[in-house]
Write a protein that binds this ligand. Structure first.
Ligand code: HEM
Length: 268
């Protein structure tokens, strides 16, 4: 079983990283031929950086759009970050390159915030799920995959919650770390025996596989949204997409334009 889980997690990680990179390249290469920042928009690059930071940290646009969705969505994402920070202890070797981070990761506040983030995740996801069931307008546009993503992450959080908070489900954390470091060092170690952990890890692998082919691609996608990342300067600087630059040089040579010029000359 240890071998199976090690291979599954490794495959899911490679698939996820390559998948996200491929998609990010595709987003990068997608032309944005028009100036379409949602106004009021910043007039400088510095302003755009601040706008993006506010969007990513506080979900500004969502806050303006829907307070309930913002509340549950933001709670879930902040909890995810806190849980992620707590989880890094499993893959950081105290004697390795990132070992210097261990004293910070081991701080009581960091570990406790990460542990209680399980509540934030479950409450946030339950709110987002309830929204899809009970808000008619949202239910109408929800597809099975919208529900599936929420249920998948919820199941990961609940299995984690059991290991963390419910007596009888606690696992050997040190053995867990030895197993994860074993994967990273290509030196397979035994996975602690626990059904909750098995469920947790199989679902985590499923999340890794589904991430680059699902709506969860908003993780890299947010950075490429032209409505957010463009500077509002269409009057100061002519906007022209890279792919249109060669066409721009010959735009006066179109037969219709040449003919119109000739006709005007004749009239004059
Ligand atoms: C390979 C990746 C992962 C491993 C090895 C792992 C392992 C674990 C372990 C051993 C626990 C129990 C912690 C304890 O008893 O103190 C736990 C808890 C938890 N896990 Fe994971 N997990 C992984 C990925 C994830 C992911 C991707 C999520 C979220 C989407 C997640 C969410 C949680 C939550 C919410 C808890 C409960 C709070 C806590 O104790 O941290 N885990 N995980």
């Amino acid at each position: 079983m240890s071998t199976f889980i090690a291979i599954l997690l490794s495959a899911a990680t490679v698939f996820m990283i390559l998948g996200i990179m491929r998609k990010a390249r595709q987003y990068h290469a997608t032309p944005a031929p028009l100036k379409i920042p949602v106004t009021p928009a910043p007039k400088s690059t510095g302003g755009v950086i601040i706008r993006m930071a506010k969007e990513i940290v506080f979900f500004n646009a969502l806050f303006r759009a829907s307070k309930w969705t913002w509340l549950f969505g933001w709670l879930f994402h902040v909890s995810l970050v806190l849980a992620f920070v707590r989880h890094t202890r499993y893959i950081i070797d105290p004697d390795g390159l990132f070992g210097f981070m261990m004293p910070v990761l081991n701080l009581w506040i960091v570990q406790t915030a990460g542990q209680y983030a399980a509540f934030g995740m479950i409450i946030g996801l339950a709110g987002l799920l309830a929204r899809r069931f009970f808000v008619a307008r949202v239910r109408y546009i929800s597809s099975p995959s919208d529900y599936l993503m929420l249920v998948l992450i919820m199941a990961i959080a609940i299995s984690g919650f059991f290991m963390s908070f419910v007596s009888g489900y606690a696992i050997d954390i040190v053995a867990m770390k030895v197993f994860m470091l074993g994967i990273l060092n290509f030196d397979l170690q035994m996975l602690p025996e626990s059904n909750a952990l098995l469920i947790h890890l199989v679902l985590v692998a499923a999340l890794g596989f589904v991430l680059p082919i699902s709506k969860l691609l908003h993780i890299p996608g947010v950075f490429y949204a032209p409505t957010r990342n463009q500077v509002d300067n269409p009057r100061e600087k002519r906007h022209i997409a890279d792919w249109a630059k060669p066409l721009d040089k010959t735009r006066n040579d179109y037969p219709e334009l040449v003919a119109a010029r000739e006709a005007n000359k004749e009239k004059a």
